[in-house]
Ligand binder design. Sequence first.
Ligand code: FES
Length: 276
Amino acid sequence: MAWTKQYESRFIRVNPERRHFQVNRRVYTDPAIFELEKQRLLRRSWQYLGHESEVAAKNDFLVRQVIDTTLIFTRDRNGALHAFYNSCPHRGAIICRENAGNRRNFTCPYHGWVFKNSGELQTQNATHGYEADFNAEQMYNLLPVPRLATRAGFVFVNFDQDAMPLDEFLGDAGDRIDMLSQHSPAGLEVIGGMQEYYIKANYKLMCENSYDGYHLYATHGSYLDYQFSMLKGLDVRKPEGAGRGLSNGHSCFELDIQTGRPIAQWLPVWGEKARA
Ligand code: FES
């Protein structure tokens, strides 16, 4: 079989003529490869931090992990959004130990320095030992992530100061994000709770699974049976979909399926009250 030299490496080989694309499975599990990806790719790419509606009120905050770094995602007392490293600029203690809440200030539990939720050091909580102009260079404020940008209410960060602008990075994926945010005239609100996955692999396996729509019938048959039983008597379409390549290496899976959706698709099992 003729593999295209241009695309042959230790990790992939491609034969465009025969439409073969093979990946060495180590890329999904080898910690050393994942580590390289973090340094060379992920920390230089825009990463999703959260949605504006998750910190809707002034002084709301969340603590989120992005790659290996824990960040405080906060809306300050004037309504501006920030992402700060959750690490004290004094001696590196973890500052915020709650996952979410509403605070005007963050107090470091180690020596008691207090920071405004816009990042400025407010007080060192000490009666002596510091010069009056101790923070004149502003170097003891909370450290912001180098870049923060928003697309249609979705907030992203980038650890690389020189990264390309978010909109350029998102390319056609930005249109899909816009579309998601425009489902209702009332806008989009991310509500509480989360789904967490634990897998013996890195993130790429979850991506592969998300774009793999043709496992639906074989793997999720009982779920489909349930859906169809809920739709009895209605004109039910067979689910159809396709994985789509968007620009800059982004992709998505689009599926036309009659499952229940809080906004776009009501199911009889939810009752008449929920229909509106
Ligand atoms: Fe935070 Fe000292 S380490 S105040």
